[in-house]
Design a protein around this ligand. Structure first.
Ligand SMILES: [Zn+2]
Length: 105
C-alpha cells in the first residue's frame, strides 16, 4: 500500500522504514541507519498518535481486587473509545516472572 519514496537524511544516507520506540511507544518510523535521525510519515504519525492515546489511557498503577473467588483488575473506562467492550476476548501472555501482557482480540 505504501509507495516507496526514499527520503535522504542530512548526513547523506537514505532513511529506512523500521519499528522504533518513541516515548515508550513502539511505532513504525523512518530511521537513518547512520546518525539515528528519526521521522514519521503522515500515516506513521497518525498510527503513533493513536498508540500514544491508548498508552495514556492504559498506563497506570492498579490494585488487584477480589471478584467472587477470583482476582481481578479493572480496565479504564477510556478504553471504550478504542472500541473495547465488555464481552471482548483478551489473551494473557507471560513475559517474565513479573509481567504479562494483555492482547486485545
Ligand atoms: Zn543521518
Amino acid at each position: 500500500m505504501a509507495h516507496e519514496r526514499k527520503i535522504k537524511c542530512d548526513c547523506g544516507r537514505f532513511l529506512e522504514e523500521k519499528e522504533t520506540r518513541i516515548e515508550h511507544i513502539i511505532t513504525g518510523a523512518l530511521v537513518c541507519p547512520n546518525c539515528g535521525f528519526t521521522t514519521l510519515t503522515k500515516e506513521q504519525a497518525k498510527m503513533f498518535q493513536k498508540r500514544l492515546e491508548l498508552h495514556n489511557a492504559v498506563d497506570q498503577e492498579k490494585q488487584i481486587i477480589k471478584i467472587g473467588n477470583s482476582m481481578g483488575i479493572t480496565l479504564p473506562e477510556k478504553l471504550r473509545d478504542f472500541g473495547i467492550k465488555i464481552g471482548n476476548k483478551v489473551k494473557l501472555e507471560a513475559i517474565n516472572e513479573r509481567s504479562f501482557k494483555v492482547e486485545l482480540g
